[in-house]
Design a protein around this ligand. Structure first.
Ligand code: GYE
Length: 363
């Protein structure tokens, strides 16, 4: 992807034009919404040292996210990037925050594996005067002074859009019977899991004919997604009509288990095909959505590097930054209808996947 570069000095002017529009959602009033930009803010005032507390590399989404940060925070752009890979261990992340504090970095970028357990280390960073920017997943506390800013997805809304799509699909195809769902969850206590799970729980309460047969943790990986799907197929066989996967990698695993069981993942429930719902919309996930193996793919945007560098630019310039900022996302399917879904009062378009769209997806 070609990146345009803007100098931090010129950033303030650039950002005034691109001020973040308000966007109706279920969120607190005053929270901002933005799209992930391509522009990297170049720091020309001397090198800034940034410590990135990584989660790991469990999924295609995560690999794309890590790469985006590594490609943004380069020497050339005025940064020295230190990274610490927690390999999915919450304790390792807390240790990494402390190490970055000891190293007196200028900024800490924190993508928290889980929401809880952050109070002490965030307080230590605050006492050391090191700004922490939390992004992607959330920490439990939203207190103004626990961290400088949070940027990420509205995971609950993502789940609501997925469930709204399923409901709309059933109505349009005239399906009126009972619906048996299995659910593969992401890493427990991660924001992405919490939001997407809560949305399904709410939809189950609302749609009386939907039954949750089983729910298991798939850790956001292909291997675990497959393992738990094999298990659920053994227990429920062709009773399963819908698989709600909390990311693309789990969907790859689930689909491979479905095929190995001699069943078919597809878009025709009436023909006995299993409907797979997924999140992320990576190249692999979108390609399976285009082929109809995934019914609907609700996007979760991973390329945070440029937005994080812009935010640091604003802070360096002494500008006010939004404490909470949500990223706008899309939803994709290979079916022309439904072309939109409604959540609350809001109507969201569903994009039909084309070859061009797939080609343009860099991750
Ligand atoms: O959906 C999944 C990943 O936190 C949004 O984590 C992220 C999630 C993403 O491993 O693929």
């Amino acid at each position: 992807m070609k990146k345009e570069r803007i100098l931090l000095g010129a950033l303030a002017a650039a950002l005034i034009g691109a001020s973040l529009p308000a966007y109706a959602s279920g969120k607190t009033e005053g929270d901002s919404w933005t799209s992930l930009p391509n522009e990297v803010a170049v720091n020309d005032k001397g090198t800034l040292t940034v410590g990135y507390v990584m989660i790991g590399s469990e999924s295609d989404w995560r690999i794309a996210c890590n790469r985006s940060i590594q490609e943004t925070f380069t020497r050339e752009n005025g940064y020295s990037l230190l990274t610490s890979d927690a390999q999915q261990k919450a304790e390792k992340q807390i240790k990494a925050v402390r190490e970055f504090i000891n190293q007196e970095v200028d900024y800490i970028l924190l993508d928290p594996l889980v929401e809880n357990g952050w109070d002490a280390s965030l307080e230590e960073a605050r006492e050391a005067g090191i700004p922490v920017i939390v992004f992607d997943r959330e920490v439990a506390s939203k207190e103004e002074d626990d961290y400088v800013a949070w940027l990420g997805s509205d995971f609950y809304l993502e789940g609501q859009r997925a469930c709204a799509y399923l409901k709309e699909y059933l109505e349009r195809t005239g399906y009126e019977g009972e619906l048996n769902i299995v659910h593969i969850q992401g890493t427990l206590d991660s924001s992405a899991q919490i939001g997407r799970t809560r949305a399904l729980d709410d939809a189950l309460l609302e749609n009386k004919s939907w039954t949750l047969l089983d729910r298991k943790e798939g850790e956001f990986t292909t291997a675990k997604g497959k393992e738990v799907m094999v298990d659920m197929l053994e227990n429920y066989g062709d009773k399963i009509q819908v698989v709600y996967c909390e990311n693309d990698n789990e969907a790859y695993g689930a689909i491979s288990a479905i095929e190995e069981a001699g069943l078919k993942a597809g878009t025709s429930l009436k023909d006995g095909e299993i409907l797979v719902l997924s999140f992320d919309s990576t190249h692999g996930g979108l390609s399976m959505t285009k082929d109809g193996e995934i019914l609907v793919n609700t996007e979760c945007a991973p390329l945070y590097g440029p937005l994080l560098s812009q935010l640091i630019g604003r802070i360096e310039n002494g500008e006010e930054v939004s404490h909470i900022q949500y990223v706008r996302e899309e939803q994709f399917s290979s079916l022309a209808e439904p072309g939109e879904v409604t959540v609350g009062e809001e109507v969201y378009p569903v994009t039909l996947i084309t070859d061009e769209l797939l080609e343009a997806r860099s991750y």
